[in-house]
Write a protein that binds this ligand. Structure first.
Ligand code: SAM
Length: 292
């Protein structure tokens, strides 16, 4: 049987029957600790593939392939997939479930620790993942802050996290994650996913978020590290005024007063009311003091 025949005969992993069969055949017990909730709805897999606009030859980094459910969809669409999986039991399973595809590479390891440029090699790539929910924010921040050549990230996350990613200034849930995601990307919720789409069903609603990475960050700042220091400080103590929150995070009193004045921002405002542009102006005002 050649690879093409195997592909045609390959059942879709994204169904309750096939997933249950694979779990049983390999004697797998799903780990809550590793955030294992496997997709069993082929329409959602296709929804992620479509949202990422996967074309033959696209290079895709997948985080946490599990038993290969989304990986199969990506591979069927012709992507060259590199999938990083932490669970040591799964590479053997994946070798079997994805044996019909020669366009998949499994990398055992922790996505927070692997050397992504090394495994992805030269050139830009997309990210597609049904993320383990216990480390969604660290994964997103790692992917964003490292300035990797990512063009588009399509991820399944907890609905509540997606709402924070897309939150606007003034809303209760607008925070450092909202600023970071919106600084680097254009996030958009594209699909609602109910708990019954997974085994086991999670206790929360999920959504698929599409984050197109901007060619340039949303605001131009002189010192990106300082920008994020200011953002984290502003949201560090949400009930305090901006001036107090910045002082509480170690920015000296006079510098805070002068920077807020130079940026034209009222010191009694709260961090969660500042737009990205205002955060940029404030960070640049601090940067100007350093350069003075
Ligand atoms: N992609 C599969 C699917 O859609 O059915 C599985 C998704 S499941 C929500 C998350 C996967 O991430 C699990 O396979 C889990 O073992 C893996 N995982 C958890 N922590 C990880 C980490 N730090 N690095 C890489 N993979 C991880």
């Amino acid at each position: 049987m050649n690879t093409e025949d195997e592909k045609v005969l390959q059942p879709k992993i994204a169904s309750r029957e096939v997933t249950t069969h694979i779990l049983k055949a390999f004697g797998l017990r799903m780990s809550k600790k590793l955030g294992q909730n496997f997709l069993i709805d082929a329409r959602i897999v296709q929804g992620i593939v479509d949202a990422a606009e996967i074309k033959p030859g696209d290079r895709v980094l997948e985080i946490g392939p599990g038993i290969g459910t989304l990986t199969q969809g990506l591979a069927e669409a012709g992507a060259a997939v590199t999938a990083v999986e932490l669970d040591k039991k799964l590479p053997t399973v994946l070798k079997e479930t994805l044996k019909a595809y020669d366009n998949v590479t499994i990398v055992p390891g922790d996505i927070l620790k692997v050397n992504i440029p090394e495994i992805m090699g030269e050139g830009s790539f997309k990210v597609a993942a049904n993320l383990p929910y216990y480390i969604t924010t660290p994964i997103l921040m790692t992917l964003l802050e490292r300035h990797l050549p990512i063009t588009h990230m399509v991820t399944m996350v907890q609905k509540e996290v997606a709402e924070r990613m897309t939150a606007k200034p003034g809303s209760r849930i607008y925070g450092a994650l909202s600023v970071a995601v919106q600084y680097y990307t254009e996030p958009e919720i594209v699909l609602d996913v109910p708990p019954r789409s997974f085994i086991p069903a999670p206790e929360v609603m999920s959504v698929v978020v599409s984050c197109r990475v901007r060619q340039q960050p949303a605001v131009a700042v002189q010192d990106e590290k300082l920008f994020f220091r200011v953002v984290k400080a502003a949201f560090g103590q949400r009930r305090k005024t901006l001036a107090n929150a910045l002082r509480g995070a170690g920015f000296p009193k006079e510098q805070v007063r002068d920077a807020l004045e130079a940026a034209g921002i009222d010191p009694v405002r709260r961090g969660e009311t500042l737009t990205l542009t205002e955060f940029g102006q404030l960070a640049d005002a601090f940067a100007a003091q350093k350069n003075a």
